[in-house]
Design a protein around this ligand. Structure first.
Ligand code: FE2
Length: 232
């Protein structure tokens, strides 16, 4: 399997490029517009063909590359069914399978950070992994105070859905601000300080008291992402 984790320094965003091998079909998760040329170059070098580009949710801190990648590669753009982004070509629902040559991702509806966030579960003989967007981060979780966020839904998505995926399942979030690149369900279940041993009420209290400033790019990024980054 080809698996590449790419990083945007500005927004600390992780993007994932996945294919079952050289010369085969590929998909990308949470691509950042500024890096479109890097992705296109990498696709060429790995001799893979981008056929699906997925956003886990409407990002508030960077502009998506979904529109530019669709223009450049004719890939299918995908978000969850509750997105307001009508520009995407496919909207997936809970349990839907996204299949490319040799790879299948299962869509999991995991609201809480936003009301339209999905996670994507890869269950392969070589690798079990879940791409959690901003719902579950490494030793943290995505804020729940805007974009239809709800700490109780976040808790439910993480504890009752993501934590049931199996301890060895790797966790690949859309961001990390401390340089951690990967976790596992076991680590997060046992050591995520917001969640381990916490009730839904305790978690909601933690989330309510975060008092975070809005992301710098929010007023630009959200409207741009509702049109797949093709505002101009
Ligand atoms: Fe987000």
């Amino acid at each position: 399997m080809l698996f590449r984790q790419l990083f945007d320094k500005e927004s600390s965003t992780y993007t994932y490029l996945i294919a079952s091998g050289f010369g085969r079909e590929a998909l990308i998760i949470d691509p950042v517009q500024e890096h479109t040329d890097t992705y296109l170059g990498l696709l060429e070098q790995l001799d893979i063909k981008l056929v699906r580009a997925i956003d886990t949710h409407t990002h508030a801190d960077h502009i998506t590359a979904l529109g530019d990648l669709r223009d450049a590669t004719s890939c299918v753009t995908i978000m969850g069914e509750f997105t307001q982004a009508e520009c995407v070509s496919e909207q997936v629902s809970e349990g839907d399978k996204i299949t490319i040559e040799g790879i299948t991702l299962e869509a999991l509806y995991t609201p809480g950070h936003t009301d339209e966030s999905f996670s994507f579960y890869l269950s392969d003989t070589k690798m079990k992994a879940v791409f959690t967007g901003d719902v579950l981060l490494i030793r943290g979780s995505g804020r729940t105070d805007f974009q239809g966020g709800d700490p109780y839904k976040s808790y439910d998505s993480i504890v009752n859905k993501l934590f049931t995926l199996g301890d060895e399942t790797l966790v690949y979030p859309a961001h990390d601000y401390k340089g951690m690149t990967c976790s596992s369900i076991r680590e997060e279940r046992l050591h995520n300080p917001r969640l381990a041993g916490k009730t839904a009420e305790q978690y909601a209290e933690i989330m309510r008291s975060l008092n975070l400033p809005n992301p710098k790019m929010m007023d630009i990024a959200v409207p741009a992402n509702l049109v797949c980054g093709k505002a101009n």
